[in-house]
Design a protein. Sequence first.
Lengths: 304, 304
Amino acid sequence: MEDLECKNGNLGVFETGNLKVQTIKVKKSDSSSPPTQLYIVAPVSEGTYPLLLFCHGYCIHNTWYSQLLQHISSHGYIIVAPQFYKCMLIALNYEVKTAAKVTDWLCTGLQSVLPEKVQPNLSKVALTGHGRGGKIAFGLALGHAPVSLKFKALLGIDPVAYPNPPTWPEPEILTYVPRSFDLSIPIGVIGTGLGNQPKCMMPPFAPNGINHAEFFNESKPPCSYFLAKDYGGCDVLDDSKAALASWVCKSGKGSKALMRKGVGGIVVAFLKAYLGGQDDDLKAIADAPTIAPITLDSVIFVKE
Amino acid sequence: MEDLECKNGNLGVFETGNLKVQTIKVKKSDSSSPPTQLYIVAPVSEGTYPLLLFCHGYCIHNTWYSQLLQHISSHGYIIVAPQFYKCMLIALNYEVKTAAKVTDWLCTGLQSVLPEKVQPNLSKVALTGHGRGGKIAFGLALGHAPVSLKFKALLGIDPVAYPNPPTWPEPEILTYVPRSFDLSIPIGVIGTGLGNQPKCMMPPFAPNGINHAEFFNESKPPCSYFLAKDYGGCDVLDDSKAALASWVCKSGKGSKALMRKGVGGIVVAFLKAYLGGQDDDLKAIADAPTIAPITLDSVIFVKE
């Protein structure tokens, strides 16, 4: 069966792709025995598609990213977004372990919840996460819980590593030593320029020292960095949720739709490069960041 | 007159150089009108030598670095180390401004306090600082106070950017955006592996998020990074002062003499590369960090 990823032309990555997509919610009680509730976005058309495992941010529901995930999926990707805990409850779950169980489930259970003609390519799996979910994604990639799959690429969307409370079972991720992440896969980091700013009485979404800048600093080449200068950490959420989040999370003045196009486009360009072997779009963004619909200041590629 | 810098052979940088050196203390009352008290280390032999401006760390006296500075100077450099404030007093001085005044004084006053046959090469001036002095050096290089000289290279020795108290006149240096320092000169950063650890009830010398890792992250290429894994921030001081400092500052178990050789050697290799145009030693350290007398884990060069 033909691999349908990455068919659109130059910088179409910033627009919705050519493929119609469907969303699938899988309960924990499903016969495929998923380790937790899942939100899946996948193309409708027959095909074998690369996979993206998406880890949601702190106190954010996996469905609140539906617009961003549909943008990405429409370019030919199946996205699986687990829900680690119930929204607005304090996260007492060992999220990296749950993410690892979901990863293993991709091999055993995913096909059974997808239409038969839509097949996951289990040799092309990338990992991403937003906010605290970025930390979870890095923790999983770093092997803090064993998985049966090998991830081909890792992308943090405004990742943030709040220190764990004492007796918390999860290990810390950041070491504060440049290039110290023991990872040889390509890494991408998308940061937001307003994520480090407080909102009213609330602390910043992604404070200095534990945010995107340090995640990039600790990444070995090949690694890339994109700073969405004029936006905040929650501006990638669906419109209605972004508006809600803007009460507690510093938000950009610009259109949230443009932000989702910008971030979605970077994710697609990254996946095309490192799952699909087509790096034209990623190179184009690196060479001329102004082709993006949002201000990317700056974009950095470290190849060697 | 012959330029005598950089005459020693391969990796002699980690040993005392061939030149005998002298130390000169210049009071503020000197007829050359230095902006503050200065500690100068310079070769004795006739010659024209490149210059290094050295900014001391928080509550550390400029003479407490005599062994490190003599090591560097013996390879053919004149070092000028201003004293920003009296030791153990809270620093209420605008240090970057003072450092700028000292920089301007190099052109007008330095020759008059040196023996006539020892001449500074004012077209080859590098800038460095230790601990908080590293922040001062970066602040000066970034133009936070105007100077009449152009620095050719910048090196931070375990630099740390403690936030300024409110109403402090000095600007913050760190932006938490990778490669954001607006500097086109070569940058080097030496970090210590123990600098981020507390000592008894004292806070760390160089806490995570405001230390060497972030300074390196914000440096544009060409930049280099060296982590002295097994040592602390005060281990570059003279033996007696390092022993004193180890009561309040996490210190390595290894020989402080080796640490000074290691750091001194990196500084000399860096100066040879970027003031002298001879980068063999710097490349040798990058290619095989184990040639250093201390564990450098890791060493990073970013060229492009």
